[in-house]
Design a binder for this molecule. Structure first.
Ligand code: ATP
Ligand code: MG
Length: 415
């Protein structure tokens, strides 16, 4: 009989399967507590692909709106607005989206709905701004728009924190802006947050917190649009999960699976340790290796051989991870076969440091091509240069090395 696979490599994890992140949660809770009490904090959350940023934000949303009690500050009662930026989001779209979400969250009472409609009436004007105006007019319109937005937001927040009769009192508003590294230049994300936070303060509103989430390059996006915008945020970098948390994720998944399936599954200690090591602590990889092993297993006990076979076979875990994360680096970002040759040579050493001289011994091509390749691969962040030893390089992740070894050539012939 077909079993339901409890592992979720392609979706943020549910609260019940969430592991670790204790220090991050404590820090963010502190931010919520400060914001509730009129000393707002903003956070900038960065981390590599698949490290668990969105999952942490989903968990935080449960805490901020009171579905889960916080660890140190009791229950919160914030309105939490979760948005995801795409390359297409310009300021107008972004503000309209926020207005819609606020309406949905707090516009349940007729009189509040009326108040919101009045307060956010400027949103109607955004449509006019979109339709063909000059650049300088546009700049002015943007400033007016930001001003209107901050004013309306402040009014809204003040209404819910000091409510009228029959209305529920709330702690404030939390904005989670995920995938902020997608922000287009026209959104002027750094300028937007810097200006909005200042205007909120000027409008007497101190219960709003912005959490901006994205890949590490989001920092550059913020500062290129406004130099000091990064300073309004407390930075939190999301790192790999430790061994205990990795094991927790796997055991919890097996446990969940046994709740929903009649046929039970167990997993050996060796298999757990294999998945933990292969994953290098990336939760996405834990979920993928566990998913593939669960899928591959047929006798009800997942052992280390199941993990390995499910990892390396075609269509298995490494293949899936590679298609999602590495294929683009290997093919689209790199146009030259010589550069790919360098990566294949480096992959033989997995992700250990390797001297340029060692690469040169195996490289078919001239010296300057090799130097160019190493420089280009380093600047595109595909490989790392050892800052403490001259002329040493390595691949960023073991998974990438493994994928190149197993599937690099196959993919090349398809392309
Ligand atoms: N704390 C966690 N416990 C268990 N599983 C997790 C945890 N965090 C993330 N995961 C799992 O890892 C995978 C990636 O997580 P998530 O989507 O949150 O990462 P992300 O950093 O937002 O990635 P991206 O940069 O692609 O948006 C998901 O499958 C999720 O189920
Ligand atoms: Mg995400």
């Amino acid at each position: 009989m077909q079993k339901i696979n409890p592992f979720t490599p392609n979706n943020p994890v549910s609260a019940g399967m969430f592991a670790g992140r204790l220090s991050e949660i404590i820090a963010l809770e502190k931010g919520l507590f400060q914001t509730k009490n009129g000393f707002p904090n903003n956070y900038l959350i960065t981390g590599e692909r698949g490290i668990g940023k969105s999952s942490l934000m989903i968990y935080l949303k449960y805490i901020s709106c009171g579905d889960i009690e916080s660890l140190e500050h009791g229950k919160f009662n914030f309105i939490t607005v979760n948005t995801v930026l795409s390359e297409k989001s310009d300021l107008g779209i972004f503000i309209r989206l926020i207005e819609k979400k606020i309406m949905r969250e707090i516009g349940k009472l007729e009189k509040v709905r009326k108040f919101l409609a009045d307060t956010w009436s400027f949103v109607q004007r955004i449509k006019i701004m979109d339709s063909g105006i000059s650049e300088s007019q546009r700049e002015q319109e943007i400033d007016i728009l930001i001003d209107d937005f901050a004013y309306s937001l402040a009014e809204t927040c003040n209404r819910i924190t000091k409510p009228e009769k029959d209305e529920e009192k709330r702690d404030g508003i939390i904005f989670i802006i995920d995938e902020a590294d997608n922000a287009s230049e026209s959104l002027r994300i750094g300028y937007f947050f810097k200006t909005v936070t200042e205007l909120l303060q000027q409008n007497g509103c101190n219960n709003i917190m912005f959490i901006v989430v994205g890949l590490p390059e989001v920092v550059e996006k913020l500062s290129s649009s406004h130099e000091s915008s990064v300073r309004i945020f407390t930075s939190l970098k999301i790192n790999e999960l430790n061994m205990i948390d990795r094991e927790y994720v796997i055991n919890k998944g097996i446990e969940e699976g046994n709740k929903i399936n009649d046929e039970k599954t167990s997993i050996t200690k060796e298999a757990i340790s294999h998945i933990s090591k292969l994953s290098e602590g990336y939760p996405h990889f834990i979920q993928q290796f566990a998913f593939s092993a669960f899928d591959y297993n047929s006798d009800g006990e997942i052992n280390d051989e199941d993990v390995l076979e499910a990892a390396i076979r075609e269509g298995g875990a490494i293949d899936a991870i590679g298609n999602k994360y590495y294929a683009n680096s290997f093919h689209d970002k790199i146009k030259s076969d010589e550069y790919r040759q360098v990566l294949s040579i480096m992959a033989e050493e997995m992700n250990s440091w390797i001297k340029k001289a060692e690469i040169r011994k195996k490289f078919i091509g001239d010296d300057s091509t090799l130097s160019n390749a190493l420089q280009a691969l380093t600047s595109r962040k595909i490989i790392l240069r050892n800052s403490s030893r001259m002329g040493e390089y390595r691949l960023q992740q073991r998974g990438f090395a493994l994928w190149i070894k197993l599937f690099g050539n196959r993919a090349k012939t398809i392309i």
